[in-house]
Write a protein that binds this ligand. Structure first.
Ligand code: NAP
Length: 421
């Protein structure tokens, strides 16, 4: 492939939550600009979720060191940290990884739905900022379609396992008589919905809070729970025994100071499950007597224990992915010939049109029927001469022969244009 598809990633698989969160990119738009300008990438897409920060890129000649350096400068981290945490793949392996992502195979909760929506959002935002172009747009569109098809045909997402249900299970395993405890859910987003669903299903009562009481009320109308005011909660953690925290707040909501105060109120114990990344519970609260703090790392362990049914489907999905990778790779390679083929067809069409008009003028032909016959003749001649070489150029590209495509470019005097959508 003369154009390379690359993937550089830090995920929950090789980095615990306190390391992973350091790689978070805060200003995605600026990051796109930095990667395009300083990493020899001419297209890129960033996927950022609670479990992963990933960069997909397209480049004729990429430089991994430049990618790490740029990422380091965006996050303020040392380049060395990237050597320990970043996984890197190119071409076939990068495409394979993207298909694992869209089909849910690389998720912490295998088959979970959220990642597909997050990938759709990523490519939409890359398109909007023009960070992605023809190659990555095509790759992502196809990978999303394939992932959706795999999910539907395999039923991998069925069975009620989610980050939310695993968090509730973790609470059940660590707290005696959870039904008698006061439970609070902080956040009203996607993850909170999953937690609330699970609490409801298992018959637990819970309070819900969010920055605006209106959001909490609406949430509780559909998901159950009792809405409570945010300000009251922040100063009254002592009223609760279990906290589920799932917000995107860029700072700690459950601070050491607030918790120390709460625990000094004759409280025996409290369990806090922080599902956020970056975390919104200060890890120092774990040092307060009676406080048990858990985060996505422990949820990942719980997921692993509960994955048997889904794991049985993984092998057959892997087989489908392996077949799809070669088809997808061939389409990517074929794309490289498309601008040239398009250009040749366009030039020949304009030549044909010009010569046709000249001939019709010389003949002074007015008969529409005859004009149509002559026009069709010119089209047929052009088609029969050009089709075979153009298809062969496409085939050469598909089979990974960039030299032939390059030679054809020279023969047809084709000037490469920059990124086209
Ligand atoms: N989506 C997943 O698959 C997944 C899985 C595991 C963990 N996580 C992590 O879980 C957390 C929540 O994710 P999500 O998908 O549920 O996000 P989401 O749907 O965007 O919801 C975000 C929630 O955070 C609240 N929030 C934002 N800024 C806040 C602030 N400054 N103070 C208080 N509340 C604030 C929002 O409240 P408002 O309505 O007031 O804005 C909203 O309730 C994230 O850290 C994410 O990384 C996500």
């Amino acid at each position: 492939m003369s154009q390379n598809i690359i993937n550089a990633r830090v995920t929950f698989r090789n980095s615990p939550i306190h390391v992973l969160e350091q790689f978070t990119i805060k200003d995605i738009e600026n990051a796109y600009e930095q990667f395009i300008n300083h990493s020899d990438l001419d297209e890129c897409v960033i996927i950022q979720t609670c479990n992963r920060i990933e960069l997909f890129g397209k480049s004729h000649q990429y430089d991994l060191e430049k990618i790490k350096k740029t990422w380091a400068s965006i996050t303020g981290l040392e380049v060395e940290v990237f050597n320990e945490n970043v996984e890197f793949e190119e071409n076939q392996e990068a495409i394979h990884h993207l298909l694992k992502l869209t089909s849910g195979l690389d998720s912490m909760v295998i088959g979970e739905e959220q990642i597909l929506g997050q990938i759709k959002n990523s490519i939409t935002s890359a398109r909007k900022t023009k960070a992605s172009g023809q190659h990555l747009n095509t790759l992502f569109d196809k990978a999303i379609r394939i992932g959706t098809r795999i999910r539907n045909s395999s039923g991998i997402g069925k069975g009620g396992i989610s980050v939310g249900s695993m968090a509730v299970k973790l609470a059940e395993e660590n707290i005696d008589e959870l039904k008698t405890k006061k439970v609070l859910l902080i956040g009203t987003g996607e993850v909170s919905t999953l937690v609330a669903k699970s609490l409801q299903r298992r018959g637990y009562a819970f309070d819900v809070t969010s920055r605006t009481i209106g959001r909490s009320i609406t949430f509780c109308e559909t998901m159950g729970g009792r809405p409570v005011k945010f300000e009251e909660v922040l100063t009254g953690f002592n009223n609760y025994d279990v906290l589920f925290v799932a917000t995107t707040a860029p700072y700690f909501l459950v601070t050491h100071e607030r918790l120390t105060k709460a625990m000094s109120n004759n409280k025996k114990g409290m369990m806090i499950l922080d599902l956020s990344n970056p975390r919104t519970v200060d890890e120092k609260v774990a040092t307060i007597g009676g406080v048990k703090l858990m985060n996505l790392d422990q949820i990942a362990e719980m997921v692993e224990k509960n994955m048997n049914a889904r794991l049985n489907k993984v092998k057959s999905i892997e087989n489908i992915i392996n077949e799809e990778v070669s088809v997808l790779e061939a389409s990517m390679k074929r794309l490289e010939a498309e601008p040239l083929v398009k250009d040749v067809f366009k030039n020949i069409e304009s030549l044909r049109e010009k010569e046709l008009q000249k001939a019709l003028q010389m003949l002074d032909e007015k008969d529409e029927k005859k004009i149509k016959i002559i026009e069709e003749l010119t089209k047929a001649v052009v088609e029969s001469i050009v089709s075979t070489p153009m298809n062969n150029i496409r085939k050469a590209s598909e089979q990974g022969n960039p030299d032939i495509v390059e030679l054809a470019g020279k023969l047809f005097d084709y000037k490469k244009q920059k990124k086209a959508d």
